[in-house]
Ligand binder design. Sequence first.
Ligand code: HEM
Length: 398
Amino acid sequence: MKTDYQAFSFTTEFFQNPYQFYEKLRSMQPIYRGNLIKNPGWYVTGYEEAITILKDKRFKNRIPLPEGSKKYEQLKNIQKDMMLFKNKSDHRRLRFLVSNVFTPKIVEQLRPSIEETVNELLQPFQNQKSLDVVSDLAFPLASLVIARIIGVPKEDLFQFREWATSLIQSIDFTRRGKVLENGDAITIKAMDYFNELIRIRKLNPKEDLISKLIMEEQQGDKLSDDELLATCILLVIAGHETTINLISNSVLTLLNHPKQLMKLKENSFLIDQAVEECLRYESPTQMIARVATEDIDIHNTSIKKGDQIYLLLGAANRDPHKFHNPNQFDITRNPNPHISFGNGAHFCLGAPLARLEAQIAIKTLLDWKKNIQLASSNLKWQKLIGFRSLKELPIIFD
Ligand code: HEM
């Protein structure tokens, strides 16, 4: 028989609002043993507990699919070479090679081109009365920015949405046969595409990330061919869905909180803090995973070697032991030590970029038209557990 929380977990109600469910789970145990998703494991909803685990190297990252299985070979092979699923020295080596492209200083230099892109994306809607924040603003912005960084020509971008959507679904905890089959097929397409682009850049280097990584590759054993390919594909996945979610979820949350929206419009210097609060309140990444490499006792819990750990970032960000009135959306919340970008060795490399894109997109949108409103109160969320992702966000304006 299903327990209450299991029955609740995959309902439309859960996808509309997972936070009551998280609260219930946390009130039972902040590190709760259960089998909410297919494999049994520990569900971490407490903030301190999540931080302890993310900082502890005895919990390692692993590819989402079981290594032993013979299915979905392409998907698994590419994931194996992504820094996100590597540990220790391999992880440090790959992360170091890419990290200098994403420092706050380098990212800040992208500000004028991001501002220009947002303005260009809004321009066709100047004389219109509505737009969809997801497909007309957030998605093309995230695509154009990450493509420019990696070095993907603009005319090839049309494939990105399908790839990013499929590959995100393949790493989500809801993944099943059809999604994985599709992910495997898309991986082949993405590999073919990037192999060809890498070949072209080897002959004719430019000022982009691919050309820089090729240089590293040619300077010795810093990076293998497969790792270079996997890094390109990881950045397409990582740079997309979560940034789209951040921008769309932030616009939704602000429109749902008119007093906070007014405060932001009257005090535009609050934009940075507002984005941090949006990250906390509707965390774009809701759940990540680890596996215990040995028997570990933490926070009065005995975890056994091989146990799976599911860290619910969206729940930790609303833990009342850490955040005062956690269910209240307050753009002046300070400090705001949310863990929406993770914590520890795998802390999100793209955090400065995601923050900047969101700050510019939201501020420009709010300054652009006076009377922005939701076009519908009946919004649909993607049926994903790891990501908080709106299918669309239609807005209307004068
Ligand atoms: C709002 C937007 C974003 C959110 C919420 C987010 C969230 C996260 C989280 C939670 C992790 C850690 C995963 C783990 O520990 O298992 C992560 C890792 C990562 N993110 Fe992001 N991310 C965002 C945007 C981006 C962007 C724009 C990029 C790249 C352009 C990016 C690149 C990466 C990479 C490469 C990693 C792996 C780092 C490593 O393994 O050392 N992310 N992200």
